[in-house]
Design a protein. Structure first.
Length: 251
């Protein structure tokens, strides 16, 4: 799939380290500062939509590259009425673009093992991660203003087109709705999950300021790993939850 679409390269290459403690704030006492080479992809990557994504180890096994068409595998009004995935959403104030006429292709490269020793970094506009559906994840802003100003254009799964690629701002109900499901991977190489914790089956109470903590997940085979959750706090008047506001922890 690597040469089947025009790619917008967003390259993040940075130091990788071993994961750290399971406290609500990540400790750096036991962290190392050497690049960590891996020989196989994290098991969570198997959950990504293979029709849209091509995921592979890069830079000698220190990073993972995700190439995506950006076309999700679920229904939305943004597919347009001629598509079998079209969903009639009369209450959505749709933007002019449709999935079939919009270039959604994106490529990101992330650490195979995130660096949790550096300073937290704020999210920026545009793609901050790739969801398991193959579409982009954005933060809690719309342009240079609050997301609430564009909330009317969000479809049933908290996404829209405008500006740029089709992307999620809110909890993507098409594949994570008040559960512990994998949502995607963010630019710092840290995985994002739904509002509930797989370890406890409930909403986590020990999340740090980034919405992350260190526990086992359904893809870590009993090993504790730092990861994010969608925070269980309603956003504005949307009746839903911000996918990820930041800051990143893994830079």
């Amino acid at each position: 799939m690597k040469n089947q679409f025009i790619k917008t390269i967003v390259l993040f290459a940075f130091l990788s380290v071993s994961l750290v403690s399971c406290s609500s704030e990540s400790s750096t006492d036991d962290a190392t500062s050497t690049d960590e080479v891996v020989t196989e992809l994290h098991a969570a990557y198997a959950q990504f939509n293979t029709d849209a994504t091509d995921i592979y180890l890069s830079n000698g096994g220190t990073t993972v590259t995700i190439e995506t068409t950006g076309l999700p595998n679920h229904e939305t009004v943004y597919w347009g009425s001629s598509s079998p995935l079209y969903k009639d959403e009369p209450d959505v104030e749709t933007t002019p673009s449709l999935m079939s006429s919009n270039n959604n292709a994106t490529t990101i490269t992330v650490d195979a093992t995130p660096n949790l020793t550096g300073s937290s970094v704020s999210t920026a506009l545009n793609t901050i991660g790739i969801a398991v559906s193959g579409a982009s994840i954005f933060n809690d802003s719309e342009g240079n203003g609050p997301l609430s100003a564009a909330a009317g254009s969000l479809d049933w799964t908290g996404a829209h087109i405008g500006p740029g690629v089709y992307h999620y701002h809110l909890e993507p109900k098409a594949f994570s709705n008040d559960d512990d499901n994998l949502v995607g991977i963010l630019l710092d190489g840290v995985f994002l999950y739904g509002r509930k914790c797989n370890t406890t089956g409930t909403y986590p109470t020990d999340l740090d300021t980034s919405g992350g903590h260190t526990t086992t997940t359904q893809y870590t085979n009993g090993v504790k790993e730092y990861h994010y959750h969608i925070i269980n706090e309603l956003y504005s008047t949307t009746g839903s939850y911000i996918a990820f506001a930041g800051p990143y922890k893994g830079y």
